[in-house]
Design a protein around this ligand. Structure first.
Ligand SMILES: Cc1ncc(COP(=O)(O)O)c(C=O)c1O
Length: 449
């Protein structure tokens, strides 16, 4: 097994010095998954301020499907730098914004007239999607899911499911939000078919909120922060049919699952659905901040002029980056690459599952893949501390890896899709060594007990 060469102990002296400054100057709130400070990034690798090189399996939490400093993206941004930086689309419009909207209208699922607004972040996209849905339906309520993550603003935090660290201490939440269980087969012993899960929506109409009060149901087609949970294939079709019966809009949050992450442009395509509204962000910008809401033209036109937007929304540099990122996904065969990465992971992870009972579930769609770690294969007790130890082992051995899951026990793969086969194998070798280290130490504790 090849190991990644590191120059210093991790974190090295320069990272440690920067961390001391960070701790003095910045509050705890914006947490850090690693104590490593970056100096340079390229493709699927990051170099830190001490000269250590890492393979990056986190991709800025799914923002870098086209890779760090993707050549088309940097060229597009550079070219835009020479023209203008900020105009404000609400004051003096510019072509880049229009071109990104046209692209998204074409790429998103659904062969019907669409329109798109651009904003700055994923949370802002969700906020706007809910505003638009309420304006169109003239209804107040929103139904969301357990294990969902939609952001950290007041409304999106209210839609998010996880208490610590996202919600605790920040009450009161936004009103008229109702939550139902998501289709999470591994953690649902009482049935795993789509119908077993979809009935929760009908039940909510009896138990919690009348359907005629509901503007929208919002779901991530594959849960992101909730642990890369993939529902059964006809689940969303069932949900969308129920929504249509009651004049409720279906919003797909594709912020983490979009732009080739799952092997298709959007994860919704795997489920054969055409959402009324789709929110995107992250890899849309190829490393620059930009987000969007795309939807049926008549729905998108419900709010009046001046009611949507913001000073920096659809920034010219971000539009240039988004156009370049989309072109890169189109021209570099990234949909197929994502599928191949998923297959490679699945093969390795199933091997690990056979070897170590710690690996409870292996799942994913294309390059959006994960494994859920448990202390006991029968009880499925979440192995949260072990998961943390694995992430730590990885960054100490040259691999940046992040975790997920309501129970903090999921290892997720968000590697840039430009990763080479060699880098991918190297990264999986580090994960394997981490699993061996944690599983074997646990075994040693058990045999001493
Ligand atoms: C599915 C999903 N929705 C919304 C958000 C919020 O996006 P942002 O952090 O850009 O506000 C995220 C971020 O991780 C996400 O994964």
């Amino acid at each position: 097994m090849k190991t990644i060469q590191l120059r210093t102990e991790i974190p090295g002296p320069h990272s440690r010095a920067l961390m001391a400054r960070r701790e003095a100057a910045i509050p705890r709130g914006p947490g850090n998954a690693t104590p490593i400070f970056a100096a340079h990034a390229e493709g699927a690798t990051i170099e830190d301020v001490d000269g250590n090189r890492y393979i990056d399996f986190a991709g800025g939490i799914g923002c870098l499907n086209v890779g760090h400093r993707s050549p088309r993206v940097t060229a597009g941004v550079r070219e835009q730098l020479e023209k203008y930086l900020h105009l404000c689309f609400a004051v003096t419009p510019y072509e880049g914004y229009v071109a990104v909207a046209e692209k998204l209208n074409k790429l998103t699922p659904g062969n019907f007239p669409k329109k798109t607004i651009l904003i700055n972040s994923g949370a802002e996209a969700i906020e706007n999607a809910i505003k638009i849905a309420r304006a169109y339906t003239k209804r107040p309520a929103v139904i969301c899911f357990e294990d969902a993550f939609h952001g950290r603003t007041l409304l999106t935090m209210s839609l998010t499911s996880k208490t610590h660290p996202y919600k605790a201490g920040f009450q009161p939440f936004a009103s008229d939000i109702y939550r139902i269980p998501f289709a999470y087969p591994y953690r649902n012993p009482s049935g795993t078919s789509s119908a077993d899960f979809a009935h929760h929506l009908e039940d909510a109409f009896k138990r919690s909120v009348a359907p005629e009060s509901v503007a929208a149901v919002i779901a991530e087609p594959v849960l992101g922060e909730g642990g890369f949970v993939v529902p059964p294939r006809d689940y969303f079709k069932l949900l969308q049919n129920i929504c249509r019966k009651h004049g409720i809009l279906f919003i797909a949050d594709e912020i983490q699952s979009g732009f080739a992450r799952t092997g298709k442009w959007f994860a919704s395509e795997h489920f054969g659905i055409e959402p009324d509204l789709i929110t995107t962000a992250k890899s849309l910008g190829g490393g620059m901040p930009i987000a969007a809401v795309t939807g049926r033209a008549e729905i998108m036109d419900a709010p009046g002029p001046g009611s949507l937007g913001g000073t920096y929304c659809g920034h010219p540099l971000s539009c240039a980056a988004a156009l370049a990122a989309i072109e890169t996904i189109e021209k570099e065969g990234m949909l197929a690459r994502s599928v191949a990465i998923g297959e490679h992971f699945e093969k390795r992870a199933h091997g690990w599952q056979k070897k170590w009972s710690l690996v409870g579930d292996v799942r994913g769609l294309g390059g959006m893949c994960a494994m859920e770690l448990v202390r006991n294969a029968q009880t499925r007790e979440p192995a949260d501390t072990e998961t943390k130890e694995i992430a730590r082992y990885c960054y100490e051995h040259g691999l940046i890896l992040i975790t997920a899951g309501t129970f903090n026990n999921v290892v997720r793969i968000l590697v840039p899709l430009v990763v080479s086969d060699e880098q991918l194998t190297e990264g999986f070798d580090v994960i394997e060594a981490a699993l061996a280290s944690v599983a074997e130490r646990k075994q040693a504790v058990l045999s001493h007990a």
